[in-house]
Design a protein around this ligand. Structure first.
Ligand SMILES: Cc1cc2nc3c(=O)[nH]c(=O)nc-3n(C[C@H](O)[C@H](O)[C@H](O)COP(=O)(O)O)c2cc1C
Length: 460
């Protein structure tokens, strides 16, 4: 056999990267997904543009009303080419009734793919989604009608999703008449999620994980779990967080990923459901222009989000709010000067903010209001959280500009992307389209791998 020579040329195609089973199961061209972005930033048109290009995108249903999600499903299903795949997000918000209602809607409307995120423990609605319609085919394989792609930034969360659905939950669903005896019996033969996407430090909510450590560890965990449970099909591991260049995509596949997921780069495109003002700011960002801030939805737990910092005061102000929350036990305990500063951030008195907050919670979440009225610290948290709701709304609507209070979730992947496309026809976000970005990243990665591997074999 001839050894490698100087002119060895390897030609890897974008379509060959990652798991063939992933591409087959979802009916997509590339082992690539565009992750959900809350409140419809990952919009109907984003999902449809991807579907039209034979790619998989997830609608950002987190933080939207039930009715808006219902409408989004109708729009997506109405515009979907043939049997193309799409998915919806299921964001754990710690509200079991709302989660069940959403899952019932997904099942009723025939949504087949869900990206499950922020789950710290497995819930009954999620299990129901996975198990409803489970059957055995003529070859004896267990076939699931619905698929769960789980986002995980921690090993134990990945393990829970790679395991069969908890039997106790499956049994209680059966007792409640939600699943059949056959679905219960087959439940222990499949993983809860057949795809687990490892999320390293990303735009939005983040545990600040490092892909170089996380991905190989979760791939090894997957191999261990495959041995333990002897599933007939391989669980696939995805990689998300920090992917904005072909080199990053190539690295993810070398680390062992079966598919890749992007987020930040998709927010600065024509299809993203956010304001032009936000897209203009994002287009001008570089790799060091992000910061960490408290997450408004999980404020009291100290969870963090990665946001755009350049030209904005949101990160500094949001961090100040969290420091004050830790330092003081009530709004009344805040020094007068501090109170004044906050009223400058809020452009309203704290009393006005509380009145507005109270009216909202009285209508939509009376139990939380009750707690806040009993506990001064909880009341302070609700008032501070108002700022997170407002800043998010301001950014998405492109409200009064210039505005230093925009809250824009974003990671450095977009900074790297901006640099990569400088001087090309993708420099201006008005000509950036999600499907084109997916193709460029994946074909670029194929090229990077071809060149690197050829160089390595030459050196061998
Ligand atoms: C603006 C924004 C909003 C996001 N919202 C969600 C969400 O609602 N649900 C979710 O699962 N992931 C959400 N993500 C995470 C993305 O789906 C994706 O996993 C992540 O952005 C990948 O990392 P990257 O930003 O470094 O590319 C969001 C990301 C961004 C940038």
């Amino acid at each position: 056999m001839a050894g490698p020579t100087e002119d060895t040329t390897l030609s890897i195609a974008a379509e060959a990267l990652g798991s063939a089973a992933f591409r087959r199961d979802y009916g997509v061209r590339l082992a690539y997904t565009a992750g959900s972005m809350y409140q419809g930033i990952a919009s109907e048109s984003m999902v449809l543009a991807l579907a039209n290009a034979g790619l998989l995108g997830f609608f950002g249903s987190g933080g939207l009303s039930f009715e808006s999600v219902e409408e989004a499903i109708a729009t997506i299903q109405g515009g979907l080419p043939g049997t193309a795949s799409y998915g919806m997000n299921l964001l754990s918000e710690g509200r079991p009734d709302a989660e069940r209602r959403l899952i019932d809607l997904y099942l009723e409307r025939g949504v087949r793919n869900v990206e499950a995120s922020a789950f710290l423990r497995i819930t009954a609605p999620l299990v129901l989604f996975r198990l409803r319609g489970l059957r055995r085919n003529a070859e004896g394989d267990v076939i699931a009608r619905q698929r769960v792609i789980a986002k995980a930034s921690r090993r134990e969360v990945a393990e829970a999703f790679m395991s069969p659905p908890p039997l106790a939950i499956a049994r209680s669903l059966h007792e409640a008449g939600d699943i059949t005896a056959e679905e219960l019996e087959l439940s222990q033969q499949i993983p809860l999620a057949q795809d687990v996407c490892v999320e390293a430090d990303s735009g939005g909510h983040t545990d600040q994980g490092v892909a170089f450590t996380l991905v190989p560890t979760i791939v090894a965990l997957r191999n261990e779990i495959m041995q333990r449970h002897r599933y007939r099909s391989l669980i696939r591991v995805g990689a998300a967080g920090g992917i904005g260049t072909p080199e990053a995509v190539a690295a993810a596949f070398i680390l062992g990923a079966d598919f890749v997921t992007t987020g930040s780069v998709n927010q600065c495109t024509v299809e993203a459901g956010t304001s032009d003002a936000v897209k203009d700011l994002l287009q001008g960002m570089d790799i060091h222009d992000t910061a960490y801030a408290p997450a408004g939805d999980l404020f009291e737990m100290g969870s963090r989000v990665q946001v755009l910092k350049k030209g904005l005061l949101f990160p500094a102000r949001a961090n100040r709010l969290f420091d004050l929350y830790r330092q003081y036990d009530s709004l009344e305990a805040l020094p007068a000067g501090t109170r004044e500063t906050l009223e400058k951030y809020f452009r309203r008195t704290l009393d006005e903010v509380w009145e507005e907050t109270r009216a909202f919670y009285a209508r939509y979440r009376p139990e939380e209001l009750e707690r806040a009225e009993r506990t001064p610290k909880a009341r302070m948290a609700l008032v501070f959280r108002w700022y997170f709701v407002q800043t998010n709304r301001l950014a998405r609507s492109g409200g009064p500009q210039p505005n230093v209070d925009y809250q824009i979730h974003c990671g450095p992947a977009l900074g790297a992307f901006n640099r990569w496309v400088r001087g090309t026809n993708l420099e201006n976000w008005r000509s950036r389209h999600v499907a084109v970005i997916a193709d460029r990243l994946m074909s670029g990665a194929a090229q990077v791998l071809s060149l690197r591997l050829a160089a390595l074999t030459r050196n061998a």
